[in-house]
Design a binder for this molecule. Structure first.
Ligand code: LLP
Length: 421
């Protein structure tokens, strides 16, 4: 459930008309709902209520400072994957003991930053990383709390580009080698083993692969404890999918997920962490765009928008479906017709939808891409010299620009011309 509904015939974010935001801020623009962000965070938090737990929002999904602050104030921790994300989390007011550091390529600088600024744990992904972490921690006179990310070789049954738990993926260490690697970690004085980490992929629409992976983690917990390791925390990653296509069957709810976690891991008496990104931010955001032209092509019509693949890359990159709806509610009985919905970028890949059934729209009409709050703005670029688009946060009947649209000069003047030119 989200808070983007038609009221008086116009799509609203909570109590604010999206048409009003478009008029004030211009298009394209990302708009987020505070109520939806908080609702989704609390769904997870409540689903794990029976266990000692922390929901660490995977901020790669949407790392705007206002979004982070909203979630941090509700009690969320953060899952970060770079020095930049660590700094953003800190700047939004998250304390180090609520930040977990994931990722396969942590650099010495990033490790130093997190050890100095405070960290809940590093999710270690390889032996070379483990050795560097030990060395840097000892140099700084610290002990780094770690989990080791294991790759359970489970098929997450999601898009190949966002599956991470198969043996062919670059993530984690093979679960078959876990005992050996934990034994090695236990000998390094700069490290303290806290637990186990796993993350098998994103946009999972079935609980079975999670349950399979968590079952393997439960077994491993017992084995590692028998080996003498004090396994007391399990980081279960993120990945629960959202209903992008409203006509499809909905993925499992956080409550179902929480029940499965309790069933699979509850007996181990471990603290549990989860790292949801998409499920917290995805349906909490829309991308509002204006139709530039309706163009008649050979055998098909094209709705050309002012948003493009540089603003929302997901359809081009993962063949992702986003519901695209008119801001003005179609009249009952209005006949939809098929159109290709495209952006102005000079690539055929700049196509959001092919032969999508839409009400009749033309120049100046506004549309909203639903489910664009996660992996939208954060994955945007300035391709075709299109400045990054603004972001707006709604809370009840108020809204605020939380990232302004840069001017063309700001974009151009970031480049510098060498003196010989
Ligand atoms: N934890 C780790 C270690 C991850 O790598 C990810 C996502 C998450 C948590 C959060 O997963 P979520 O709950 O959001 O599914 N750009 C792609 C998604 C990439 C996900 C990468 N890792 C997309 O737009 O679909």
């Amino acid at each position: 459930m989200d808070h983007f509904l038609y009221k008086d015939g116009v799509l609203h974010a909570e109590d604010v008309s999206l048409a009003e935001i478009a008029a004030a801020v211009g298009t394209p623009v990302y708009v987020y709902s505070t109520a939806t962000l908080l609702r989704h965070f609390h769904l997870f938090d409540d689903a794990l209520a029976g266990m000692d737990h922390l929901v660490c929002y995977a901020m790669k999904a949407n790392s705007n400072q206002a979004v982070l602050r909203t979630l941090a104030q509700a009690g969320a921790g953060m899952d970060v994957v770079s020095g930049g994300e660590y700094r953003r989390a800190k700047a939004a007011g998250v304390s180090g003991d609520k930040i977990v550091f994931s990722g396969v390529g942590k650099t010495r600088e990033e490790i130093e930053l997190a050890l100095t600024g405070g960290i809940r744990q590093f999710n270690v992904e390889s032996e070379p990383e483990m050795l560097l972490l030990d060395q840097v921690a000892r140099e700084l006179g610290k002990v780094a709390p770690i989990t080791i990310r294991v790759n359970p070789d489970v098929d997450a049954k999601t898009h190949a580009k966002i599956a991470t738990g198969k043996s062919e993926n670059k993530f984690g260490i093979p679960i078959a080698r876990a005992r050996e690697v934990y034994a090695m970690a236990a000998k390094l004085p700069g490290l303290e083993i806290i637990g186990i980490d796993v993350h098998i992929g994103s946009q999972l629409t079935d609980l079975a692969p999670f349950e399979q992976a968590y079952g393997k983690v439960a077994e491993l917990t017992e084995v590692l404890r028998a080996d003498g390791h004090n396994i007391r925390r399990l980081d279960l990653g993120g990945g629960l999918g959202i209903p992008y296509e409203r006509s499809n069957t909905a993925p499992p709810l956080p409550t179902d997920y929480g029940a499965m976690v309790q069933r699979t891991l509850g007996h181990l008496d471990c603290e549990v962490e989860i790292e949801p990104g998409r499920l917290i931010a995805g349906n909490a955001g829309v991308l509002v765009s204006e139709v530039i032209y309706l163009k008649s092509g050979e055998g098909r019509d094209f709705l050309i928008l002012d948003a493009a693949m540089n603003d929302l890359i997901r359809p081009a990159m993962y063949d992702a479906w986003h519901d695209i709806v008119p801001l003005n509610e179609p009249a009952p009985g209005a006949e939809p017709r098929p159109v290709d919905i495209v952006g102005p970028v000079c690539e055929s890949g700049d196509t959001f939808a092919k032969q999508r059934m839409m009400p009749t729209l033309g120049s100046g009409d506004l549309v909203a891409f639903r489910s664009a709050g996660a992996y939208g703005a954060v994955m945007s670029s300035e391709y075709n010299s299109r400045p990054l688009i603004p972001e707006v946060l709604v809370n009840g009947d108020q809204f605020a620009v939380i990232r302004p649209r840069p001017s063309f000069d700001e974009m151009i003047n970031r480049d510098t011309i060498p003196e010989w030119l």
